[in-house]
Design a binder for this molecule. Structure first.
Ligand code: ACO
Length: 334
């Protein structure tokens, strides 16, 4: 059998930074409320001629450089985003811009669980044979769909991209020690950005007789019941990490780093307390970037690798959770 290991990471954020004080000029809120309730202080927002593809490509280049893998040796590009530049998906454009000429590229969507689902998907392709270097990239610009009059959501989100390179290795070097993935579609009502169908004037036949009114659709802003999503994270994240630890035959004391989807510092603190993981082993950078959805885990991982926190051989417990609802976790070696 084949194993897979993480050998490179990269990330990118837009230039414009919006502080909590800036947010207080947009909606009725304060730096204190946002900091205390969420841990967030700043977020980045796409502006001008920036787009999501640009961020994703920059993040992917960082991962390729760190991994010392040439673009033409990538076999598969997996991209996840809820907010791609193109409704048909973002993966192929990224593949083209990077010059990953021999790679298949496709999109998956699992909201804030995208990193875990994408990583596990990459390892399944590697295990199946024929795929050696897999680039997995998550990027989101939730700012595109934020209701800037809703203080319950607009303060939370930021835009970013993050990537990792997963490479085939022998089974005894396998860096994926355990995982657990879940969905519960009955919770979709708590967090969504639904398509909104507008009925248009009927299309007529050549004689001018009306045939049918086509749909012309847009997407509504993000709607969230914060309390329900908070409770869901608080309940499900410790469960999924425990399931991954059991799958790996490990206990939380074997973990060097806890790296959760960066949604709310209070969720991160509650989970680390429940799992008895000390705060010095907890990776957190949402103070600077807010909740960057698909990008948050690889963005925080890349920062922790580049600043020397996460070292080769370290064991990381990572978990994503969010819209769907979806949640999942993995125990991986860096
Ligand atoms: N500034 C000031 N006051 C606010 C703000 C704000 N930005 N937002 C809400 N309030 C008010 C509310 O109106 C409410 O006032 P009231 O008591 O007079 O009615 C009060 O603060 C308390 O509101 P709650 O919603 O109960 O506040 P809570 O402590 O639950 O914090 C928050 C809200 C931060 C949204 C929290 O619920 C949360 O973080 N939930 C998780 C969200 C999350 O992680 N979502 C993303 C999942 S990932 C994905 O897939 C995108």
């Amino acid at each position: 059998g084949m194993g897979s290991k993480l050998i490179g990471s990269g990330s990118a954020v837009p230039k414009l930074q919006i502080s909590n004080d800036d947010m207080a000029k947009i909606v009725e809120t304060s730096d204190e409320w946002i900091s205390v309730r969420t841990g967030i202080r700043n977020r980045r927002v796409l502006t001008g001629n920036e787009n999501l593809n640009g961020l994703a490509v920059e993040a992917a280049k960082g991962a390729l450089r760190m991994a010392e893998v040439e673009a033409e040796n990538v076999d598969l590009v997996i991209f996840w985003s809820s907010t791609p530049d193109d409704l048909f998906g973002g993966a192929s454009r990224i593949q083209g811009d990077l010059g990953c000429k021999s790679a298949l590229a496709f999109d998956i969507t699992a909201a804030c669980s995208g990193f875990v689902v994408g990583l596990i998907t990459a390892t399944r392709f590697i295990k199946g044979g024929g795929y050696k270097n897999v680039l997995v990239i998550g990027a989101d610009a939730l700012s595109r769909f934020v209701d800037w009059t809703d203080r319950g959501t607009c303060i939370l989100f930021g835009d970013a991209a993050g990537a990792v390179l997963v490479q085939a290795c022998s089974e005894d070097e396998d860096g994926l020690l355990g995982f657990d993935l879940n969905s519960d579609g009955s919770g979709q009502r708590h967090l969504n950005a639904f398509v909104s169908d507008a009925e248009h004037e009927a299309i007529s036949n050549t004689n001018g007789a009306p045939l049918f009114p086509p749909k012309r659709s847009t997407y509504s802003c993000i709607k969230m019941n914060g309390n329900e999503v908070f409770r869901f994270g608080w309940r499900c994240v410790p469960q999924t990490i425990q399931a991954s630890l059991d799958d790996a035959g490990l206990s939380s004391s074997n973990i060097d780093w806890l790296l959760l989807h960066q949604a709310n510092q209070r969720i991160i603190d509650a989970v680390s307390t429940r799992l008895e993981i000390p705060s010095e082993k907890v990776i957190s950078n949402l103070a600077n970037y807010g909740n960057t959805s698909a990008a948050s885990i690889p963005l925080a991982l890349d920062e922790a690798v580049r600043n020397g926190k996460v070292k080769a051989g370290d064991t990381i417990a990572t978990a994503g959770f969010g819209a769907g609802l979806t949640w999942g976790s993995a125990i991986v070696k860096w």
